[in-house]
Design a protein around this ligand. Structure first.
Ligand code: FO1
Length: 327
């Protein structure tokens, strides 16, 4: 059994490789919900949707989020009203109506369904199961928690931003002083999450942002302890290649929070939880420094552009977890 702790795009690509490399029925994704937000009154779960759409082969390949062949008529109508009324996100009352968050027309269907079911009292994990089943997915897709858990980023000029305000509205072009996970004390692992970690022969920390994607997953009480207990079987794939993040602000955030944005920094960040760190050939020269952090280092192709790379990466992780288990 393979369990993957997942954020958004990088994790989704890794999971797509898992469809090829291992039995989908024995694969579970434990997905970040810290990016989730409510906009226009709709409950939006970007990392869950990115994982579901990618595994369904329905993701937009350029953006890495949202659906392919999407139309944007509803959000264009929203923007038309906002422009006509001079409503902008400058005024908190205009934050949603300004339409800075692009919601595709088909994607809206997912948010309408999830919001209706959640308003009826159905837990997020059950709604996610229903959505994944409708897309015919084999793997189990679990939110890390059914409870409210939100990533809030405090900027150096004292503003608190939701993850989407930081990532999309501000284009993550603001310096971050502190990241807070609101709700972490009360959050409980969703049904099946701890079992998926405890029972897996291989637990992979996907190449997602260690701070704002994997951080919230590990922050749910009980999850970090379960991963720590499984350390010999836990393999992380570095989201940093050659000192930079392949996508998104992982390198900047690591630096702004006082960590090294290199594979050695990632090894130090994960060392208590992870027995092996898989790094790209670009960082082969740092393998010894990674191992000096007490983490085994495996060097391979981790840039999952060409097809087949992701599947080979999954197999590498499964092998590393098997080899890592002390005889
Ligand atoms: N990212 C953007 O950069 N701009 C957007 O307008 C945007 C809209 C959006 C809508 C639904 C969804 O599931 C994801 C969306 N994303 C958008 C990506 C999202 O911000 C990121 O996928 C994650 O939150 C980070 O992994």
């Amino acid at each position: 059994m393979l369990t993957v702790l997942a954020g958004g795009v990088g994790a989704a690509r890794f999971l797509l490789g898992a469809l090829e490399a291992v039995d989908p029925a024995c694969t579970t994704a434990v997905v970040n919900v810290g990016d989730d937000t409510v906009l226009h009154g709709l409950e939006i779960s970007p990392d869950l949707d990115t994982v579901v759409y990618t595994l369904a082969g329905a993701i937009d390949p350029e953006r890495g989020w949202g659906l392919r062949d999407e139309t944007w008529r509803a959000v264009e109508q929203v923007r038309r009203y906002a422009e006509s009324a001079g409503v902008t996100a400058e005024d908190p009352s205009g934050n949603d109506a300004a339409g800075w968050f692009s919601l595709g027309d088909l994607d809206l269907g997912t948010h309408l369904y999830r919001t209706s079911r959640r308003r009826a009292g159905v837990p997020l994990s059950e709604v996610t199961r229903e959505v994944a089943a409708a897309w015919g997915l084999g793997p189990t897709i679990l939110p890390v928690t059914d409870d409210p858990l939100r990533t809030v980023l405090w900027t150096v000029d004292g503003r608190d931003l939701s993850f989407q305000e930081y990532f999309v509205r501000e284009r993550h072009d603001v310096a971050v002083e502190r990241v807070e996970l609101v709700g972490r004390e009360q959050a409980r692992p969703a049904p099946g999450v701890l079992e998926a970690i405890e029972q897996a022969e291989t637990v992979v920390v996907a190449p997602s942002n260690p701070v704002v994607s994997i951080g919230p997953v590990l922050a749910v009480p009980g999850v970090e302890d379960a991963v720590r207990a499984a350390r010999d079987r836990v393999v992380a794939v570095s989201p940093i290649v050659g000192g930079a993040a392949l996508k998104g602000p992982a390198d900047r955030l690591l630096r702004e929070l006082g960590h090294e944005s290199t594979v050695v920094g990632v090894a130090r960040w994960y060392a208590p939880l992870v027995g092996t760190l898989v790094v790209d050939h670009a960082d082969a020269h740092l393998a010894e420094q990674v191992e000096a952090e007490g983490v085994r280092c495996v060097v391979t192709d981790t840039v999952m552009g060409p097809p087949g790379v992701a599947a080979r990466l999954v197999r590498t992780c499964v092998d590393a977890a098997r080899d890592g288990v002390r005889p």
